[in-house]
Design a protein around this ligand. Structure first.
Ligand SMILES: *Cc1c(COP(=O)(O)O)cnc(C)c1O
Length: 438
């Protein structure tokens, strides 16, 4: 026993190994030392031999200094909240990398004077939505709503339809957020029907704003009525009350594939004073909340003390600008991927898996937008169907692959997988496919 312990390599000797030294520069020397000490302990306990300490430490090193791992989203859900919603475009990633060091975020390099924070990102957003006189960016769409409610309606009333008091997900309820700002809700209409008259009767001296929310994650059908922005516009103008629209989905302009999703430009044209939306939904950018609309109102939001607590960092501004002004996004590519192309990719993957004796076949698969958007829209595509029992091992693999268990099989839906990742996906499946648990 003593001999065995004595032959365990010393910490300084192990840390001098070039591979561990390199890992120390990448991951931090304390972290690497922690892994080494843990493996020495395992050897002391007899779980591994002294010779195995170094290889075990190398194998146990994390891939990155961050615990967040890169995963392959084969769920068929474009905007998967648990997987970080929109994946950034290559242009946005490059912009984030560039902005990560010292950058001129609040400095005019020509004059040396202070410049408006994120002015190039704001200019890009303004160009994308010429209908807006001004733009402001906050942490997310919830923050955009909180800022608007606080600025216009704290201690006053927000007039809102009962059909638009929604829960977004994970227990996040819009009405609770609005009330938390100190505003009171003046609910009008009923769950299924609200008329312009209902709004008219509710608006009074205590009204701080009228809020129109796109109920993004559910649909009511049948005997229903809601009041479009265009009809609320005249009413709000007459009473000099701001008309705020929460479009939610992240579309700046209409998307032909999603005709029921509202977009910022259309709502502004129809007469909304302000429209808010998320940056990491269909826009395909970083988490952020975008507020477009009348200059004077945007300025009021910008000047509110709370605005400072909700502001975004340079990385977000960089990614947002590159998303809006740059080439297409992975989200849009995934949305527009045609069924035939997905079927061809699935066919190739399945054939290559079968070549290695892995049972795999191509099946039809319906993708969804997700992220609480476009309920009822099913995007026709294709998936590689595997043994259901592979779902767990794939999720724990490297890189982790997230599929969808359906009809007793593990489906790898290719809609949200960039084609460039097909090879990685194939290898990830091959690495575990022969380890089907019983
Ligand atoms: C998603 C969504 C929100 C919340 O947006 P976050 O950016 O996640 O804060 C609010 N309203 C609507 C209509 C939404 O769809």
């Amino acid at each position: 026993m003593m001999d065995h312990r004595r032959s365990i390599p010393r910490t300084d000797v192990l840390l001098a190994d070039p591979r561990l030294a390199e890992a120390g520069r990448r991951l931090g020397s304390e972290r690497v030392k922690g892994v080494v000490v843990a493996m020495q302990q395992r050897a002391r306990e007899g779980a591994i031999s002294p010779e195995e300490v170094l290889p075990a430490a190398l194998a146990a090193l994390p891939a990155s200094a961050s615990g967040l791992r890169r995963v392959i989203n084969a769920t068929g859900v474009l905007l998967h909240t648990n997987l970080g919603r929109a994946p950034l475009s290559a242009a946005a990633r490059e912009a984030v990398d560039r902005a990560a060091g010292a950058t001129d975020i609040e400095l005019d390099l020509d004059t040396g004077a202070r410049g408006r924070r994120g002015r190039t990102a704001l200019a890009t957003l303004a160009t994308a939505v010429p209908e807006a006189e001004a733009v402001h960016v906050v942490n997310n769409n919830a923050a955009a709503l909180a800022l608007a409610a606080t600025t216009f309606a704290a201690g006053r009333e927000i007039v809102i339809s009962r059909g638009e008091l929604i829960e977004i997900g994970d227990g996040f309820r819009l009405p609770d957020l609005l009330v938390a700002t100190g505003a009171r809700l003046r609910e009008v209409g009923t769950t299924n029907r609200t008329a312009v008259r209902d709004y008219a009767e509710a608006i009074g001296p205590d009204t701080g704003m009228v809020l129109k929310v796109h109920p993004s994650n559910y649909r009511i059908e049948g005997f229903t009525a809601s009041v479009p922005i265009a009809e609320l516009e005249a009413l709000c103008r007459r009473h000099r009350v701001p008309l705020v629209g929460d479009a939610g989905s992240g579309l700046l302009r209409p998307e032909p594939l999603l005709p029921d999703e509202p977009d910022v430009a259309t709502w502004l044209r129809q007469g909304a004073d302000l429209v808010t939306t998320s940056g990491d939904k269909l826009l395909g950018g970083p988490q952020s909340g975008l507020i477009f609309g009348r200059a004077e109102l945007v300025e009021q939001l910008r000047r509110h003390p709370l605005a400072r607590a909700l502001r975004v960092d340079k990385l977000t501004l960089a990614a947002l600008e590159a998303t809006v002004g740059g080439p297409g996004t992975p989200t849009l590519d995934a949305l527009h991927a045609d069924a035939a192309g997905l079927r061809r990719r699935a066919g190739e993957l399945a054939a290559r898996l079968r070549d290695k004796a892995v049972a795999a076949e191509v099946v039809d698969s319906a993708g969804v937008v997700g992220g609480g958007g476009a309920p009822g829209v099913r995007l026709r595509g294709a998936a590689v169907a595997l043994d259901e029992r592979l779902a767990g091992v794939l999720r724990r693999g490297e890189p982790p692959v997230l599929g969808r268990v359906e009809r007793g099989r593990c489906l790898l839906d290719l809609r949200a997988v960039p084609e460039a990742d097909d090879e990685t996906l194939l290898n990830a499946v091959l690495a575990v496919a022969h380890h089907v648990p019983d």
